[in-house]
Structure formats: C-alpha cells, structure tokens
Ligand binder design. Structure first.
Ligand code: PLP
Length: 395
C-alpha cells in the first residue's frame, strides 16, 4: 500500500497532470501553434553555445574518472566552489572562499538542504504570499511548518508589519525570492535594509537566530539594469540558494549552490550539517560533469533581451485589452488580476480559448493568475486575440 502521507500530493498533482494532458489534447486537436501554453517556467532561450562547447572540452581535456566520479566532499569540487566564491566576490565585494559554498542539485535541493540544516521539526519558516508552491512541501519534508505572510495586493511587495505579526518564538527562517516567482517584483535595497533591521530586532527580542533563506534562481533575470541587492551584505544570518536553471537555461541538468557566509551564527556546524544533509537526503553530491561546466561558464549570460521583448509585448497587449497586471522587473512571469475575481474559473475560461495559465491559489494568493512568458515570441503575439476574447466574456 502506498503511504497515506503521499496521497494529498497525488491528489494535488492530478490538477497539474490534467493541465498537461489538456495541453497535449488541445495541441493535437488545434495544432501546437494554436495552443498558448504559459503554464511552465521552462526557459525558452537555449543555453549559451559556450555551455555545449565546455561539455565537449571537458570530456576531451579532463580526467574521466574525476569528472564522472563521486566528489570527495559532498559539497562538490573544491576548485569549482572556489571559482563560484571568487565570482561572487568580484560581483558583490564579498569575501567568500570555497569553504562557504555547497554545490547542490539545483535550487530545489539547495532549499531542502538549507531547511534541513537550519530548522528542527516543529520550527517555522515564513514566506511572503504569493510564493512558489513547493516551499510548503520542502518545509514539510523536514517536519518544519511554513507560515504565509499575507500578500500586499496593492504593491505585491513584502509587508514587514504583516511579517512581524506572524513571527513567533518558533520562527527560525524567512524565505525570500527576488526577482520573484510569480510576481516578477524585485526587492530593492530600502526594503532589504528594513527587513534586516526588523529581523535583527526580533532576534534580540526572542533570543534566537532567525535566518533569511534567499532563493535566487532568477537573480540574473533583472530588466532595465535593476539592482538585486546581495543579502549577505545586509544580514549575517543569510543563506543564499542559487541555481543555473534559468540563468543558463539548464533546468534539467540540476545544478546550483548554497552560500553560507562565515559571519552567520554557528557557521562551522551549519556548513558541516549542510554537507551531510546533501548526502543523507540522497543527493550525495551535485552532478559532477555539470559542476565543471558551470565553473568554465561562470561569466556566461543568457539572452535576457528575448524575455524582455516578451515582457513588453505581453504587458502592453494585456493592458490594452483591459487586464490589470504587475509590471515585471525580473524573472519571466506576469502576475495578472483575474477578471471576475475567481482565479480558477478564469483559468478554466482561458483554457476554452486554448490558453494555459496557473491560478494564483497555487501560490497562496487567489484572485490572480500567473502567465509564464518564457515562450516563443509568436506565442505572445498570437495569444493576444484569445486573451481579448476571454476578457470580453467578463464584460
Ligand atoms: N525557487 C523558485 C522560486 C522557482 O521558481 C524554482 C523553479 O522554477 C525553484 C526554486 C527551483 O529551481 P531549480 O530548477 O534550480 O531546482
């Protein structure tokens, strides 16, 4: 018999599976070009050519036993971690070394390792709604409890007063995600400074460490040269979870890292625990060949202009029709108010017009929908008449 604890996931997943199946059915019936699938955050820009070249070069140039073997340390190759650390130092003026970096199986495993490292069962982790749906599952994996900080539906920026109301003597961490999935909002320096001040105060008041876990798979996807402040510079008790899934379009390769700054409290134990968490959670070490690839491609960048073009076309198109959208400053998601107020009903209605989008309820924020615009530009252009027809039905 399958574990009862898994059944709620299985039931929850059937909605996602139904969306996939529906997408495939619609594509077969109407042709793939007539189905507007905005449901997934899968990059539409191919990985830079340097990535494929690096794979070839590494296979030619490096020791086969070494590139395919277990890592000596569960944290990954020391030289790769040193390269990552020096890269961060050159960008942010930090002072990391290999000892501060743990290579991970993407941000997803990084977050699991961070939660297992920092939270005991029963402790609480806060997330600002709307937030990436998996956070709750990751917390549950380790017996931790995710508590939502209610959304500010005017600005969709985190509300610190609401956060303070949710903090208790069991709070151990606050997860923040900027640029944000699903809103595209970037948290500016003013906010980060206030967040850091508030948490420092709360640590003193409660006599316990409260960590920020900065989930940063979209760090490089910031438009108009927007600054994305580096959290460890403002708050010592920060752990950063990074990934190359979006920044180099490598989501299937499962590669990322965690940063544990030396200044965080209990650094020595935390880094040892993270190293072990990587092993005991079954990741063992991040995939080795691709570790070596990202080290060689550390300065490579994705073609953000392609996403920017989609961002502007979709935002302008939807606004003209009459939709209310948050203008994304980063990532590749548009957060849109559901006409009629019922996000699930709106998604169902959109599907009747071959548009696949995700309800805000999946991000703990009903009443809105997420449109992932990491798609071919023609998909945006061709979908706008369909979006207009859906809107008409709400008049
Ligand atoms: N965090 C957020 C906010 C995401 O949107 C995603 C993936 O879409 C992840 C984490 C997981 O990323 P990865 O593919 O690196 O595991």
């Amino acid at each position: 018999m399958t574990a009862k604890s898994m059944m709620p996931y299985v039931e929850g997943n059937s909605a996602i599976r139904a969306m996939f199946e529906e997408g495939a059915r619609l594509a077969e019936k109407y042709g793939r070009e007539n189905v507007y699938d905005f449901s997934l955050g899968n990059p539409s820009v191919p990985a830079p050519a340097e990535v494929n070249q690096a794979i070839k070069d590494i296979i030619e140039e490096e020791d086969s036993l070494l590139i395919h073997g277990y890592n000596q340390s569960n944290s990954g190759y020391a030289d790769v971690r040193e390269t990552v650390a020096q890269h961060l130092n050159s960008l942010h003026g930090t002072r990391f070394g290999a000892q501060n970096i743990v290579m991970t199986v993407g941000a997803a495993s990084g977050l699991n390792v961070a939660i297992k490292t920092l939270l005991d069962p029963g402790e609480e982790i806060l997330a600002f709604a709307p937030y990436f749906v998996e956070y709750g599952n990751y917390a549950k994996n380790h017996g931790a409890v995710l508590k939502a900080v209610p959304a500010d539906v005017v600005t969709f920026r985190p509300n610190l007063r609401e956060m303070e109301n949710v903090i208790t003597e069991k709070t151990r961490a606050v997860i923040i995600n900027s640029p944000n999935n699903p809103t595209g909002v970037i948290y500016g320096e003013d906010f980060i400074k206030k967040l850091a001040e508030t948490l420092k105060q709360k640590q003193l008041e409660l006599g316990r460490d409260i960590y920020i876990i900065a989930d940063e798979p979209y760090r490089e996807l910031a438009y108009d040269d927007a600054e994305v402040p580096y959290l460890t510079k403002y708050y010592d008790n920060t752990v950063v979870a990074y990934s190359w899934s979006k920044s180099l379009s490598l989501p299937g390769e499962r590669i990322g890292y965690l940063v544990f700054p030396s200044e965080m409290s209990d650094f020595g134990n935390a880094i040892d625990a993270a190293n072990i968490a990587n092993r005991v959670l079954g990741y063992v070490n991040a995939p080795t060949l691709i570790q070596r690839v990202v080290a060689r491609c550390i300065d490579c960048k994705t073609d953000i202009d392609a996403y920017d073009r989609n961002r502007k076309a979709l935002y302008n198109g939807l606004n003209e029709i009459g939709y209310t959208c948050v203008y994304p400053e980063g990532a590749f998601y548009m957060w849109v108010k559901a006409p009629g107020g019922d996000d699930k009903a709106f998604c169902a209605k959109a599907k009747e017009h071959n548009i696949l989008i995700v309800p805000g309820s999946s991000f703990a924020c009903p009443g809105y929908v997420r449109i992932a615009y990491c798609v071919a530009h023609e998909t945006i252009v061709n979908s706008l008449p369909a979006f207009a027809k859906v809107y008409e039905e709400y008049k």
